[in-house]
Design a protein around this ligand. Structure first.
Ligand SMILES: [Zn+2]
Length: 252
């Protein structure tokens, strides 16, 4: 999710880091604890993610079954507080159902090309990144933000995808890959539906319900839009419905 990593051909399947680099699990889990501390209403979701170490992942990525794929090299070179922001970023893809929404958008638009997949990932990132940083989560340099494309904050992934300016960023972001949860298309490193440690539908619904309850219990709950899924602001009815697994563009 950061632009400060070296360029890498998307989908090349080549290891992104030297093989054998150990994963600093304590640092990674310490970063998750920091994320829980500064975004306590996301605790259920953050703890539900199962870490899968994989050197071929560019940074960190998630799939629809709540597995979080992690590059040991990325963990090694990223400060703990920034890693906490990445945890919140990745779990936001899941709570906002970017997998289902990306899949649906691709189906409706007839999109099957790698470049179109990258556009969906960027649009999903724009939806997340405009409101999750601050309040204890420093924004990493080079993170993709709507003003970089002269677009307003606060739009949905589908709305960003309708803008023509989105394509201007894609050559610089060929390395970006937040996993199938970000755009609805499976990545080479993913364990698939039959793989270990995936959450069942019931478990995913339970996590969403608990996060929704936490959001509703926060002071000021009821106004705003998507901010509660990331950080600042106050919860909205649509956001609560989203994490509770409701229907519509934000539901599962
Ligand atoms: Zn992302």
């Amino acid at each position: 999710m950061r632009a400060a990593v070296p360029a890498r051909p998307t989908g090349s399947g080549e290891p992104y880091e030297p093989p054998g680099l150990p994963l600093e699990l304590e640092k990674l889990l310490g970063a998750r604890l920091h994320a829980v501390k500064v975004r306590p209403y996301l605790a259920s979701a953050l703890f539900a993610l199962h870490v899968v170490e994989d050197p071929s992942v560019p940074t960190m990525a998630v799939d629809a079954l709540w597995r979080c794929y992690v590059s040991p090299g990325f963990v090694a070179r990223t400060p703990v507080e920034e890693l906490a922001g990445v945890w919140v970023h990745e779990v936001s893809h899941l709570l906002r159902n970017h997998h289902g929404r990306g899949e649906r958008y691709a189906r409706e638009q007839g999109e099957n090309e790698p470049g179109q997949r990258l556009r969906r990932n960027i649009a999903a990132d724009l939806e997340i990144n405009d409101d999750i940083y601050g309040d204890g989560l420093p924004r990493p340099a080079g993170v993709v933000l709507p003003p970089m494309l002269r677009l307003p904050d606060g739009m949905l992934m589908e709305e960003y995808l309708q803008t023509t300016s989105l394509s201007a960023l894609t050559p610089d972001l060929a390395w970006l890959d937040c996993g199938s949860e970000a755009d609805g298309q499976e990545c080479p490193w993913e364990l698939g539906p039959e793989g270990a440690h995936g959450l069942s539908r019931q478990q995913r619904d339970a996590v969403r319900f608990r996060v929704a309850e936490e959001i509703k219990g926060r002071p000021g709950g009821g106004a705003g839009r998507l901010a509660p899924l990331g950080g600042r602001g106050v919860p909205s009815a649509s956001a609560v419905a989203a994490v509770a697994g409701g229907n519509g563009p934000l539901g599962s």
